[in-house]
Structure formats: structure tokens, C-alpha cells
Ligand binder design. Structure first.
Ligand SMILES: Cc1cc2nc3c(=O)[nH]c(=O)nc-3n(C[C@H](O)[C@H](O)[C@H](O)COP(=O)(O)OP(=O)(O)OC[C@H]3O[C@@H](n4cnc5c(N)ncnc54)[C@H](O)[C@@H]3O)c2cc1C
Length: 423
């Protein structure tokens, strides 16, 4: 996408500048114009071309346990070195990621995991209602579906492990139903016959085109009077009265308030705003089979392969993997091949047609909770990033919380666990 070369924004002060037009920034911008705020949304790219472009579209309300957990630490050898290992650390990046991984291990101790679970649950309790409210007009009815999803297993051993997860979800009030292989086939005839069983989670949802969700929300924002500028913010200076001067690739902007929602790229700007946060990119991949559309009406997660398939407007998409390799290394062809193999094995009866490849950057903090809150040194700078595997799911509830912070009212959730200075 070409970047804007010039701007006339240097003269007047913007009331609120939102940095980053991914799903988080766009959701916040849309929410704020609904509250009649004057907003400028700034991104070098058109809306929704970051991580928000290629995700699985899963509204994952069932994910109430942070990935920083005793269970992840116990299973780390298998995750890194087992068959179908879904976790990879690029050799060139091993030293750079080491401090983050140590923080991750610390955040995985049982007491921190319990606190993290409570925090994530507080967001998830409102996630579905908030995203539905954000998408509350008929233009979104073809995009967002609340029909649930299923997690399939391919062995009796995995079925037993998944059943243990079912009991855990049940204890946390998360409804689910066990399906026999025949019931799975009825729902998804094109799925591999190796399925041993499945857990159906009826209260999750999915979006059939995550990129179009961003552009549609952005259209609504523009129709309500919101402004957009193509510019990369390079520097942020805090002025004596607590307002900001932003230096961007398309000129200077004066702003009364700044909302930092630049996903995996937020780290340097957060530091300039007075609060360093240990943000890393968890690289994830997708393959979209443009010829295939009919794996079923709900997303299908594979328990063993740690992938999820969603039938989308653009074809059948499979996503997966966590790769630590920073923002600059090229995509890993081995992981893309592995993902194609999973797709062929999971959907052997489907004609897949052309396969397209994509890699994106999940913005992740070591405790696997997002950062939502004002910068400690200046309440006019609000941080909203680090939504890791759940940015689409948590976009609505994040926008609600940020809108309350902007208005100076009490946020709908306790934001203390998401403080920027918690590390
Ligand atoms: C493979 C994969 C599958 C996933 N599946 C799911 C899923 O099913 N469900 C779910 O809930 N989540 C999922 N996620 C996670 C989700 O996609 C992310 O959490 C979410 O997209 C993050 O949104 P964001 O707006 O914070 O960041 P992004 O979408 O990355 O947007 C950040 C924006 O900031 C802009 N930017 C960067 N630097 C600057 C700057 N200096 N100035 C101005 N703008 C800047 C970028 O250009 C970009 O547009 C998945 C992620 C991946 C990678």
C-alpha cells in the first residue's frame, strides 16, 4: 500500500489519535465516534492488513486459560520437538527471545496462572456481547455467526485428554457437548474418517472474512465522521501540558490524546510514551484453499495438530503454529508445508484448488494478557495492544474499556490485571 506523502494536519490539534488500524484500532475508533468523539485513525496501510487480515476468524470465547500455564511448561518438549510440533524458535532469534521466555515461565507458575485465568475470564464474559454490539447492524449479519465450533480428536488417548479439558471448562461454566464420530461426520462429511470424537462448544462464533470485518467497521467509522490518515508514526513527544506531538511519515500531528493500538509494532512507541513493555511477535501462519468452501458451517479445531479450519468467503482457511522469530525474518517454508499437509489430511475428500499462504504477527506479552490502560506517566496516552491469539475475540470488549477511559467513566471490567506497568 502506498503511504501518504503529505498532510495538512499540523495546524490544528486532533482530539484523539488512534495509532494502528487493525481490528483493535478500528474497533476503538468506531466505538469512539459512536460516542461523538472526534477521532483520527492513523496507519501506513489500509485497515486490517496486519495480523487482523489472516486470522482464523474464530470468536474464541472458550479460551479462558492463558497460554502462560503450568500445562504449557509441562508439555513444552512435545510442543517444540514432538510429531507435528506447533512451536518453533528460529535459531537466529533464540538469544533475543530468551528474556521474554523467562518472563513467560515466571508467568506460568500456578498462582500467576490462576490470577491470569480470572483476568481473562473477566474479558471473555463480555467478549461475545461486545463484539455483537460493535457489529449491531444488518450489514454485519453475513459476516459474524454465533454457531459454535468443534474440537476434533484423532485418537482415543487425545479424546481422554480432551474430555479432561471438557470437565475443566464445565467447572468454569463453559457449556460443551461430546460428539461421537458419526455425529461429527453428519456435521462435516468431508472431514477425515480418522476422527475419534469431538467436543462441540455452542457459544463460540466465527467471522467469515476477518479482513472485510475490519473494512466494514472502518466504513461505519468513516460514515459517522471519523477521519483516517495513511502515515507511519515514527516518534511521539509528550508536551508540557500532557498533549502530544506525533512525527509521522506523512507529517506532524498534534494530539490531545493518543491511543496506541499498533499490534506487534507497539513496543517502541510505548517506550516513547514512558512505559516499556515486553511485547513480542508470535508469528502464525495460514493456508487458504480458494477452491474449497464446505468443511461445514462451524470452525473445526484439531486437538492433536493444534490447528483450526474455518470455511470463509475466500475459501477454506487453516491456521496454526507459534514461531518466535521477530518482525523481520522471512516466513518459514517448512511450517507452510506442514500446514498444507494438515489441511490435506484433515480434509482429504475436498478439492482444494489454489492454495494461498500468509504469515502474521500476534502481539504477545509474557503473561498472555493484553495491555489495556493509561500510560502510568500520562493518562492522555492509552495503550490497547498485546491481544495475542485473541485480538478478534476481544476487540469489542477492548473498545468498550477504552471508550470508558476516554470518557473518564468506570470501565465495564477491572483493568488492573491489564496495566501497562505490570511487568
Ligand atoms: C495465524 C493467526 C490466527 C489467528 N486466529 C485468531 C482467531 O481465530 N481469533 C482471534 O480472536 N484472534 C486470532 N488471532 C489473533 C489476532 O489476529 C490478533 O490478536 C489481532 O489481529 C491483533 O490486532 P491488532 O489490531 O492489535 O494488530 P494488527 O492487526 O497487527 O494491526 C496493527 C496495525 O498497526 C499498524 N502499525 C504498526 N506500526 C505503526 C505505526 N508506527 N504507526 C501507525 N500504524 C502502525 C499496522 O500497519 C497494522 O495495521 C490470530 C492470529 C494469527 C497470526
Amino acid at each position: 500500500m502506498p503511504e501518504a506523502k503529505d498532510s495538512n494536519l499540523s495546524g490544528s490539534q486532533q482530539k484523539i489519535v488512534v495509532i494502528g488500524a487493525g481490528i483493535i484500532g478500528v474497533a476503538i475508533a468506531r466505538r469512539l465516534v459512536r460516542e461523538h468523539e472526534q477521532v483520527l485513525l492513523v496507519d501506513p496501510l489500509a485497515p486490517g492488513f496486519g495480523a487482523s487480515f489472516g486470522n482464523a476468524g474464530h470468536i474464541a470465547t472458550e479460551q479462558i486459560f492463558p497460554l502462560a500455564s503450568p500445562e504449557t511448561i509441562r508439555s513444552a518438549p512435545g510442543l517444540l520437538f514432538g510429531k507435528n510440533a506447533p512451536l518453533l524458535i528460529r535459531r537466529e532469534y533464540a538469544l533475543k527471545i530468551a528474556p521474554w521466555l523467562l518472563k513467560f515461565v515466571w508467568a506460568s507458575r500456578p498462582s500467576a496462572f490462576r490470577t491470569g485465568t480470572q483476568a481473562l475470564m473477566s474479558l471473555q464474559e463480555r467478549s461475545l456481547i461486545s463484539i455483537q454490539a460493535l457489529c449491531a447492524d444488518e450489514e454485519f449479519s453475513d459476516l459474524l455467526h454465533i454457531r459454535g465450533h468443534m474440537i476434533v480428536t484423532e485418537s482415543k488417548r487425545s479424546s481422554r485428554a480432551l474430555d479432561a479439558k471438557r470437565l475443566l471448562l464445565d467447572r468454569h461454566g463453559m457449556e460443551s457437548t461430546w460428539l461421537t464420530p458419526d455425529e461429527v461426520v453428519q456435521r462435516s462429511p468431508h472431514l477425515t474418517s480418522r476422527v475419534a470424537g469431538a467436543l462441540l462448544l455452542p457459544r463460540t462464533g466465527h467471522v467469515v472474512n476477518p479482513h472485510r470485518l475490519c473494512t466494514r467497521l472502518h466504513d461505519c467509522y468513516r460514515e459517522a465522521g471519523g477521519a483516517t490518515l495513511r502515515s507511519r508514526i515514527l516518534n511521539v513527544k509528550t508536551l508540557g501540558d500532557g498533549s502530544f506531538e506525533l512525527q509521522g511519515s506523512a507529517g506532524r500531528i498534534a494530539a490531545r490524546k493518543v491511543i496506541l493500538a499498533a499490534g506487534a509494532w507497539s513496543g517502541p512507541l510505548a517506550r516513547q510514551l514512558g512505559c516499556a513493555v515486553p511485547l513480542e511477535a508470535e508469528r502464525g501462519y495460514h493456508i487458504t484453499a480458494e477452491g474449497a468452501r464446505s468443511i461445514g458451517v462451524i470452525p473445526i479445531e484439531s486437538y492433536e495438530r493444534r490447528t483450526i479450519m474455518t470455511s470463509m468467503e475466500c475459501g477454506l482457511r487453516i491456521t496454526g503454529f507459534v514461531e518466535f522469530g521477530g518482525l523481520d525474518l522471512p516466513p518459514n517454508p517448512r511450517l507452510l508445508e506442514q500446514l498444507k499437509r494438515h489441511l490435506r489430511e484433515l480434509a482429504p475428500k475436498l478439492d482444494l484448488g489454489t492454495l494461498t499462504e500468509w504469515m502474521g504477527f500476534r502481539p504477545s506479552l509474557p503473561d498472555h494478557l493484553p495491555v489495556i490502560g493509561a500510560a502510568p506517566a500520562n493518562p492522555n496516552a492509552i495503550f490497547a495492544f498485546g491481544h495475542q491469539h485473541l485480538g478478534l475475540t476481544l476487540a469489542g470488549v477492548t473498545a468498550d474499556a477504552v471508550a470508558a477511559l476516554v470518557a473518564g467513566t468506570t470501565p465495564p471490567i477491572d483493568l488492573r490485571p491489564f496495566r501497562p506497568d505490570r511487568f
